[in-house]
Design a protein around this ligand. Structure first.
Ligand SMILES: Cc1cc2nc3c(=O)[nH]c(=O)nc-3n(C[C@H](O)[C@H](O)[C@H](O)COP(=O)(O)OP(=O)(O)OC[C@H]3O[C@@H](n4cnc5c(N)ncnc54)[C@H](O)[C@@H]3O)c2cc1C
Length: 308
């Protein structure tokens, strides 16, 4: 990390550490020329490791069969949080447009939501803000809201389209592709083309691939056609949502011709506040997502170059 963040070293923000790891791997300095590096915690000693790092060291033992007390742990960058999400105001009410028009009665909080405290890069530990502060605000606002409105009549046929969607998958007779195959291909293209580093060519190829997968996903068949606790069916249904989100992510990233936070484009390496200091809003339509933008609300802290 001396090369990349000489002051903070490995305590630099995670997007920077990820980029540094990626560059080292790309330069052929991965362990044995492969696509991972070693994280060595042995110098910390048993007491510190057991007291302060119990979870992460257990992951290494369980999933990699590596003992961090005596061996270095193989690591590589991966996705572990979704910046952005369902746009909300500070009371966790979902908003639908650049004027922050509230969708009455719909609330979101947590990682699925974007109340926008993190900007383009959530810093370590800050998910707690989403959960503790905005989860609480959501609960309070929901209680207030419920006190101001009449109990609505349930929409009688609300389940009809959902049943139809599930039934279409369950009753499909042809022996189509498996959901797992589509999911693996989606994971690969999102990791390789929409990951730590992006560029216009990679993103365009990813969009073509995601749209091809959407097409193929329309014909997947499942092994279990039962009507009770059918996890195959659930996975097949959720695959469609994953593909929608992947498409939104790629379309948003392709349009944003700059680098900001964890969005790092090699063809546009600089942050461009004049053009891009704004939120992307994506609207799903029959031909895929269309984009709009809304201004960023800046109060006490002005954006400035990140130097570590
Ligand atoms: C490896 C890793 C390490 C992390 N480390 C940190 C850290 O150190 N500090 C930090 O602040 N954050 C960390 N995060 C991020 C943080 O854990 C998450 O942002 C946070 O847990 C999100 O909480 P949530 O309640 O919003 O969502 P989740 O915890 O994802 O909860 C969503 C729940 O909804 C359920 N669900 C999904 N679909 C349906 C459905 N259709 N019907 C009913 N239920 C459904 C899911 O099963 C799940 O239980 C880490 C994340 C990862 C992956």
């Amino acid at each position: 990390m001396e090369r990349y963040a000489p002051k903070l070293m490995e305590l630099a923000p995670r997007d920077m550490v990820s980029r540094a790891m990626y560059q080292e791997i790309r330069a052929g300095r991965g362990i044995g020329g492969k696509d991972y590096l070693y994280l060595d915690v042995r110098h910390l000693g048993r007491k510190v490791i057991e007291e302060k790092l119990p979870d992460i060291t257990d992951f290494a033992r369980i999933y990699q069969g590596v003992e961090p007390l005596t061996e270095p742990v193989p690591v590589q960058p991966t996705a572990h949080y979704a910046m952005g999400g369902i746009p909300t105001n500070v009371s966790a009410e979902v908003v639908r447009d650049e004027k922050n028009t509230v969708v009455p009665g719909l609330f979101a909080a947590g990682e699925c939501a974007c109340v926008s405290v993190h900007g383009a890069n959530r810093l370590g530990t800050n998910s707690l803000v989403d959960l503790l502060v905005f989860g609480r605000r959501a609960g309070r606002q929901m209680a207030r809201y419920a006190g101001t409105v009449e109990r609505p009549q349930p929409i009688a046929d609300a389940t009809v389209p959902v049943h139809a969607q599930l039934e279409a998958i369950r009753s499909r007779e042809s022996k189509g592709e498996s959901v797992a195959k589509i999911r693996h291909e989606l994971a690969d293209v999102m990791m390789d083309n929409v990951g730590v580093y992006r560029d216009g060519k990679l993103l365009t190829a990813a969009l073509t691939k995601v749209r091809e997968l959407k097409e193929r996903n329309g014909a997947v068949s499942i092994g279990d056609c039962g009507a009770v606790f059918n996890t195959d069916l659930l996975e097949a249904n959720e695959m469609g949502y994953l593909l929608d989100l992947a498409e939104v992510t790629v379309v948003g990233a392709l349009a944003r011709t700059e680098s900001r936070g964890a969005h790092s484009r090699e063809d546009f390496p600089e942050r461009n506040d004049a053009r891009w200091l704004k939120h992307t809003l994506a609207y799903q339509g029959p031909k895929g997502p269309t984009l709009k933008y809304k201004p960023v609300s800046i109060t006490r802290f002005e954006p400035k170059p990140r130097t570590y």
